[in-house]
Design a protein around this ligand. Structure first.
Ligand code: ADP
Ligand code: MG
Ligand code: MG
Length: 880
């Protein structure tokens, strides 16, 4: 026997989502429960997949299986599709496994034709109703299945209304509609060059095929890509008997939720329309009424609906999103599914259901989508606004920003520092814009995608960002921005919605983030379940405090670069670089030490009682020196203008150093501990600053942090032994001088494949490993992130060469295996080795699941992702 492609609705149940689709399984489950639903059958997702894989050819016996299914259906209902006597009318609905916008629109009233329209009119005792169904059907079927352009029908309808001197469709008489149907048929046949069919069975087959095709349309492809939905799932097709909400004043149609999907509150949430068919509610032609008013209009159906809502919610143990139709006072349910909800509602509903004894805490956690919680951590646009966006880009970093437009980072930084709200508008951002990004409320770029620099940086800082708004025109010189036909000048206020990509040409009202009671409560359940620690990456007091407030259990990565970059330190740093003897260098470092100590004291105060991993200096020295070309020009200028010999000599020396330190490929150059191998005075100074800060905080606050000193970019055993030696000598010396004792550990960052491969050697000298998965991804894949993201990577992801951007979610098969090897080999020689991850992957739920599987002790991510990581780690521990 060949595969079964057709299931009667009564044959299915909720567990059969994969083959019947979400809608099909939902309807079947309702029928099984005895909830009134119209009868029908479902064409399986497998039929769709096979058709797709076979260039659009149906499986051999699909057509005959549909014919058989239809025959059974006709027998059960006592009606015949296209029958002159008791005609059967059906709807044809698409229904994928996961509910998906962009699929084919539903066809209603299929089965109405010249042969059946009179019988339908007679049965309903309403001729106008029958002709109205007929004209709606031709329009829907013509547009959706046959691709007739909709304005042809609209024009004919408008012309008819004008001819009859009426405003509303509802004012047209049965006779008018009969004429309109004749007109519509002519239009359709002409548009299709004579291939228009009037046979309902043929129409049914074509409608099923159109649903299959809609699975492959570009809209659907884009949606699947954005939501990681596999193309192989296919969509099912549901064929159901029509029920009519448009049979008069005792008929109605509506949509309802068993709880409020934006707040999670209990209470009646829904809308209905009397004398209307399904699409009227959504289309907005008539304004629907609040569900509570139905009690007056249709009391019996109303109370049955309420009971059914409760029953379905109890059955699914979750908030349901329902569609219903009332035909002559009788209630039918047309759809049930777990309702989509905001993050705030998700937390409230989960928390309430636990209180109601419906689900337990574990199940509540299972219901929370960690990545969705992002919504809660940023100010949001008041949902009750009525503005429409002037342009839409990519939703690159969630949250809302209101501010006046500025076109360069310096202006953004200086205005922002003064407390003014600005939005930085750039063609694209570069690392040079960081200071502006930091001070801006949000970022709008014309170029770049979700992984562009602006997007990555914005997410890291929790700044809203709309990227890739390709149609806007920016003129940074004239300082204006053109969106559509309007020109905005610097200082005009706009609003960004980084959660949707919308840009508004005015200031919208913002509401504060809602880390509310529900959040606090549910996240503590997550903390009870998870086994991995969650830390944050933070380099200063503010970030560290924020991280702690959001539940970080320590700092997994404190970078020290910016402690060298700040304007007040650069002179001393340059002095150090230009030093000719170790003594001169040590003297320069002596000046930097107290400043670093001061920075560390801030962070340690914020984190007292918790561990802090401080990474010693990482980037190459040339980053602290001027750009080579600029410096050469400067020297030339001085030579020409006859500057005083002493300063000229100094500038020449700088130029010589810049040239000497120039590297062809700095990413693979004198970075990380390689720098410390050449200049041991640097780790020595840093270790001392760390210890002095820790002791000062201990003295002042009565407690201090767990000091963890991390050596960057180790690849050789000799590197770690040397560096550990330097650090230990400095620390012991400081402690001895202070006459104090302090526990501390020394570990390394694993960022090179070699380090993972020889982890058994390295681990002998390390107390901990922290996987720097950003660099590890670059070094394992051999790609530079900036070049890749501005270049081939988006094509790779778009064309499916790579499934996902490996910098967003860890490449499990490659980089993931390097991590696994590193952990296993490391622990083979050092059982107590603590392993963690720092870098953006530490805040990505899918990556976190993998890190749990390889046995990491903690993840560390940007402060704003800490709550997400707490939930994701809980789900990972639960084996989700
Ligand atoms: P969507 O996935 O876009 O919600 P649906 O197929 O659920 O598509 O529905 C489109 C509209 O058609 C809904 O309002 C639904 O209630 C209505 N509808 C679908 N099938 C029937 C039917 N058999 N009888 C009456 N209305 C129907
Ligand atoms: Mg629906
Ligand atoms: Mg690194």
């Amino acid at each position: 026997m060949s595969e079964k492609y057709i299931y009667d609705i009564s044959e299915g149940d909720a567990s059969m989502k994969a083959i019947l689709g979400g809608k099909g399984a939902g309807v079947a489950e309702m029928m099984r429960l005895g909830v009134p639903v119209p009868d029908g059958f479902t064409v399986t997702t497998a039929a769709c997949v096979e058709t797709m894989n076979n260039d659009g050819q149906w499986p051999a016996d699909l057509k005959s299986q549909i014919a058989d299914g239809l025959k059974r259906f006709e027998k059960r209902t006592g009606r015949v599709l296209g029958g002159k006597d008791k005609p059967l009318l059906v709807s044809v609905r698409s229904g994928a496994v996961v509910s998906m916008p962009g699929m084919m629109d539903t066809i209603l009233n299929l089965g109405i034709s010249d042969d059946t329209v009179d019988a339908i009119a007679a049965e309903a005792g309403n001729e106008r109703f029958a002709w109205d169904c007929y004209r709606r059907f031709i329009q829907m079927y013509g547009e959706v299945v046959e691709g007739v352009s909709s304005h042809l029908y609209e024009d004919a309808l408008t012309a008819m209304k004008a001819a009859k001197g009426v405003e509303q469709d509802t004012d047209l008489s049965a006779e008018d509609l009969r004429q309109l149907v004749a007109e519509f048929k002519k239009i359709s046949d002409e548009a299709l060059g004579g291939s228009w069919t009037t046979d309902p069975v043929e129409q049914l087959n074509r409608a099923v095929d159109a649903v299959f095709r809609s699975w492959g349309n570009p809209r659907a492809e884009v949606y699947r890509k954005a939501n990681n939905i596999s193309r192989d799932l296919g969509t099912a097709v549901n064929v159901m008997q029509m029920v009519f909400g448009n049979r008069g004043e005792t008929s109605a149609t509506g949509v309802c939720f068993t709880r409020n999907p934006s707040t999670g509150d209990k209470g009646l949430y829904g809308e209905f329309l009397v004398n209307a068919q399904g699409e009227d509610v959504v289309a907005g032609i008539r304004t629907p009424r609040h569900l509570s008013e139905m009690e007056q209009v249709l009391p019996e159906a109303y109370h049955e609906l309420l009971a059914t809502m409760k029953r379905l919610e109890d059955h699914y143990k979750d908030m349901q999103d329902l569609e219903f139709t009332i035909e002559n006072g009788k209630l039918y349910m047309l759809q049930t599914r777990n309702g989509k909800r905001t993050a705030a509602a998700a937390l409230k509903i989960a928390s309430d259901l636990v209180d109601e004894g419906v689900i337990d805490k574990t199940e509540a956690l299972r219901r929370i989508e960690p990545s969705q919680l992002d919504q809660l951590l940023h100010p949001a646009i008041d949902p009750n606004h009525s503005a429409s966006p002037v342009v839409k880009g990519l939703p690159a970093s969630p949250g809302a920003a209101v501010g006046s437009i500025v076109f360069d980072a310096d202006t953004a930084a200086s205005l922002g520092e003064r407390g003014e709200a600005v939005v930085l508008v750039r063609y694209e951002t570069t690392p040079d814009d960081i200071h502006g990004v930091l001070q801006a409320q949000g970022i709008l770029t014309a170029h770049g995608g979700m992984t562009s620099h602006a997007a990555v940086v914005a997410r890291g800082f929790g700044k809203p960002c709309v990227a890739g708004a390709t149609t806007i025109k920016i003129d940074p010189v004239a300082k204006n921005l053109v969106i559509g036909d309007r020109t905005y000048t610097e200082g005009e206020v706009i609003t960004l919605n980084g959660s949707t990509g919308e840009v508004f040409g005015e200031a919208l009202e913002l509401i504060p983030p809602r880390i509310n009671e529900d959040f606090q409560r549910v996240v503590t359940w997550a903390d009870e379940v998870r086994t991995m620690g969650v830390r944050a990456n933070a380099d200063n007091f503010d970030d560290a405090s924020k991280a702690r407030e959001l539940g970080a259990e320590g700092i997994g990565l404190c970078r020290t670069e910016h402690m060298f970059m700040a304007a007040d330190r650069l002179p001393a740093v340059r002095e150090m670089i230009l030093a000719e003897t170790p003594e001169q260098r040590a003297a320069a470092l002596e000046k930097i030490l107290p400043m670093q100590q001061n920075d560390f004291e801030g962070i340690f105060t914020a984190m007292k009682g918790l561990p802090v991993t401080v990474r010693l200096l990482d980037p190459p020295l040339h980053e602290f020196l001027p750009n080579q070309l600029d410096q050469a020009l400067k020297v030339q200028q001085m030579e020409l203008t006859g500057a005083d010999p002493q300063s000229l000599a100094a500038e020449r020396q700088t130029l010589a150093q810049v040239k000497k330190l120039h590297e062809l490929n700095p990413m693979l150059g004198t970075r990380g501990c390689r720098l410390a191998m050449l200049y041991p005075e640097i780790p020595d100074m840093q270790a001392r600053a760390i210890i002095r800060a820790a002791l000062a905080v201990l003295e002042r606050e009565g407690e201090t942090v767990g000091v963890e000193i991390m050596i960057p970019l180790v690849g050789l055993e000799t590197e770690i032994t040397t560096q550990r030696g330097i650090v230990e000598r400095a620390v012991e010396d400081e402690l001895a001088k202070a006459g104090k004792h302090l526990d501390y550990t020394v570990g390394t960052m694993i960022e090179l494949p070699r380090a993972a491969l020889v982890a058994n050697e390295i681990a002998k000298h390390a107390d901990f490993f922290s996987f720097g998965t950003n660099d590890l991804t670059q070094t394992t894949l051999g790609i530079s992130r900036d070049d890749a993201e501005n270049g081939f990577l988006s094509h790779y992801v778009m064309d499916g060469v790579m499934e996902r951007n490996p910098f967003e979610s860890i490449d499990i098969d490659g980089v993931g295996q390097v991590v696994r090897i590193g952990v296993e080999k490391g622990r083979s020689t050092n059982e107590a080795l603590k392993c963690g991850v720092c870098g953006e992957h530490g805040g990505d739920p899918d990556s976190i699941e993998f890190f749990q599987a390889v046995g990491l002790n903690y993840v560390s991510c940007s402060p704003f992702r800490v709550p997400i990581a707490r939930f994701a780690a809980a789900k990972a521990a639960m084996g989700e």
